[in-house]
Design a protein around this ligand. Structure first.
Ligand code: PEP
Ligand code: MN
Length: 338
């Protein structure tokens, strides 16, 4: 950590800074330049209260040298981590497409969805039994019964299931229903109590990016899960809020490059909640694969126009089938496999 002092800092000020650093368990090293005095603090930066130093009148700026995230950082683990989801690897050379409806509706809809997902060659299935809706009057999901319908339909094709957990009180129910991957949605990315609890189990977690979260905040949210013991974390970029209204969210393709450098954990893309329109999904999905994403999370419905949630953005069985063919080609070009 580097502490830059104001030019008028007195010897007494410098000593006060040195003492504060020592009290935090680090060793201060003062370097007096012509215009600036810089104090380096050597030791465990996690012990440093940055704000307490910045609050000193003689301090101009405090700069961290180490990254605040550790377990999820590539510095702590150089090789790409591959997460095993019921025998399906996420994060290796093989790309995975997780497809399925926005929400679980009926047993028949789930069975038809599972048929379409498996027929297209996707190896995992998505579907929300509990839905975070903007309006309290909108369909909220079918609840626990949905988990049962989902499992039944998916297991017929050996598809591990991905479903969103919103309420920590439902975690045991998710475990009882053998949910293969717990999804933490954009609205809960910084629900720290929820993150801590999913950190205490070993079920893989898809952590979606908060719609207005910086990449650093997102990495720190993942660190909450990892710090509690669960290292099976998959990042999912799903578009961020901007001034643009022509689409639902702006897919941050750049985040793929940044995350692949910053973390060893897998990174997937949700083109459905980014574009918000089915016609945009194929191009965003192709861009994501070309940019190095480890997989995709795509909404698919047997009859998109009848979907109870996010009807505009769901692909039909034919559309996901066609898209999978295109993605295979792109994967091959970049030396990957789908
Ligand atoms: C979803 O995947 O169904 C969902 C609600 O996504 P997000 O949290 O990205 O809005
Ligand atoms: Mn949705």
């Amino acid at each position: 950590m580097i502490i830059i002092l104001r030019s008028e800092a007195s010897d007494a000020d410098i000593q006060a800074v040195e003492q504060k650093i020592r009290n935090m368990g680090l060793e201060p090293h003062v370097s007096k330049g012509v215009q600036r005095i810089v104090v380096g603090a050597i030791g465990d930066e996690t012990k440093v209260d940055k704000e307490a130093l910045e609050a000193l009148p003689c301090v101009e700026n405090v700069v961290r040298v180490m990254k605040p995230y550790k377990i999820v950082s590539r510095d702590s683990h150089h090789a790409d981590t591959v997460i095993d989801v019921g025998g399906v690897p996420i994060g290796g050379n093989k790309l995975q497409v997780i497809a399925g409806p926005c929400s679980v509706e009926t047993a028949e809809q789930m069975q038809q969805s599972a048929d379409a997902v498996a027929a297209a060659g996707c190896r995992l299935m998505r579907g929300g039994a509990f839905k975070p809706r903007t309006s309290p009057y909108a369909f909220q999901g079918v609840g626990v019964e949905g988990l049962e319908m989902f499992q039944k339909a998916a297991k017929a094709h050996n598809l591990p299931i991905v479903t969103e957990l919103m309420d920590v009180r439902m975690l045991d129910t998710f475990l009882d229903h053998n949910v293969d991957v717990i999804q933490i949605g954009t609205r809960n990315m910084q629900n720290f109590d929820l993150l801590k609890e999913v950190g205490k189990v070993h079920t893989p977690v898809i952590l979606k990016r908060g719609m207005s979260a910086t990449i650093s905040e997102w990495l720190m949210a993942a660190e909450y899960i990892a710090a509690n013991g669960n290292h099976n974390i998959i990042f999912c970029e799903r578009g961020v809020r901007t001034f643009e209204t022509a689409y639902r969210n702006m897919l941050d393709v750049t985040a793929i490059s940044v995350l692949k450098r910053e973390t060893h954990l897998p990174v997937i893309i949700d083109p459905s909640h980014a574009g918000g329109k089915a016609w945009m999904v194929p191009s965003l999905a192709r861009a994501a694969v070309a940019a190095g994403a480890d997989g995709l999370l795509i909404e698919v419905h047997p009859r998109p126009s009848e979907a109870w949630c996010d009807a505009d953005q769901a692909l039909s069985p034919d559309q996901i089938n066609k898209l999978m063919g295109e993605l295979k080609g792109i994967a091959q070009v970049i030396g990957r496999d789908l």
